[in-house]
Write a protein that binds this ligand. Structure first.
Ligand code: C5P
Length: 235
């Protein structure tokens, strides 16, 4: 089965750039992530266009609302035919369960994953919004809640992958951004890991943006990353 581990983050402002870029890639080499910026600009038609090119799509809209609204949004994502969709674990057990009921596991519905603590939030930011303790304990608690609510996995920092794999088991999907070549600048990502190390730590899928989209030769960059992973025997 074709199960590429790399999900390329299509962080482009509009459909034109996104489709032109996607046409340079292949569905054998990667999946694609459509996030808030691109979806707000280009909407479901763009997702359909990317799917018509053969790509599987991670719709990264991080739903966080009352259970009924999130359940309906998840159903809309399933109707669109996306491969993966995400919600915020901070929406709580009822919201997570409603999302799960809207997308029954193992039915060909999109994989349903949760965001735990945004990697942009440090302990002080969490304390400021009323969440005591540190980010790591928050991540573990919210991942456990996501698992108990039947979700397929979480988005996490690669630095949290090993602890989450130990706590939640190897079948609970770990989707990790923050991937950088050891020699590359980190852009605004502070807590980074290489692709191969992230897989060794327990990540199932790697979300990679600028190291591919901003590379002089994006196809070569993607191929090199896939070779790095395959060399590790994990792809
Ligand atoms: O360019 P870069 O590889 O940093 O892109 C990472 C992608 O993963 C971006 O689309 C970003 O929005 C997303 N992301 C992240 N950290 C999270 C969740 C999502 O960087 N915690």
């Amino acid at each position: 089965m074709n199960d590429p581990r790399i999900i390329v983050a299509l962080d482009f402002p509009g459909a034109g750039e996104a489709v032109a870029f996607a046409r340079r890639l292949t569905p054998q080499a990667c999946r694609l992530k459509v996030g808030m910026e691109l979806y707000t600009a280009a909407g479901p038609r763009l997702v359909e266009e990317l799917q018509s090119l053969g790509f599987e799509i991670f719709l990264d809209l991080k739903f966080h609302d009352i259970p009924n609204t999130v359940a309906r949004a998840c159903k809309s994502a399933a109707a669109l035919g996306v491969w993966m969709v995400n919600v915020h674990a901070l929406g709580g057990r009822a919201m997570l369960s409603a999302a799960r009921e809207a997308l029954p596991a193992g039915t060909g519905a999109p994989k349903l994953i949760a965001v735990t603590v945004l990697t942009s939030m440090a302990d002080a930011d969490l304390n400021e919004v009323g969440i005591a303790g540190n980010a790591q304990s928050g991540v573990l608690r919210l991942a456990a809640l996501a698992k108990a609510s039947g979700l397929d996995g979480v988005v996490c920092s690669p630095l949290e992958a090993a602890a989450l794999k130990a706590a939640c088991g190897r079948d609970f999907l770990l989707v990790t951004p923050g991937i950088r070549a050891s020699t590359a600048a980190g852009d605004d990502q502070k807590r980074v890991m290489t692709a191969a190390s992230a897989l060794v730590a327990g990540a199932h899928y790697l979300v990679i943006g600028r190291p591919i989209t901003a590379a002089r030769d994006p196809v070569a960059a993607l191929n090199a990353l896939n070779r790095e992973i395959t060399g590790n025997g994990q792809a």
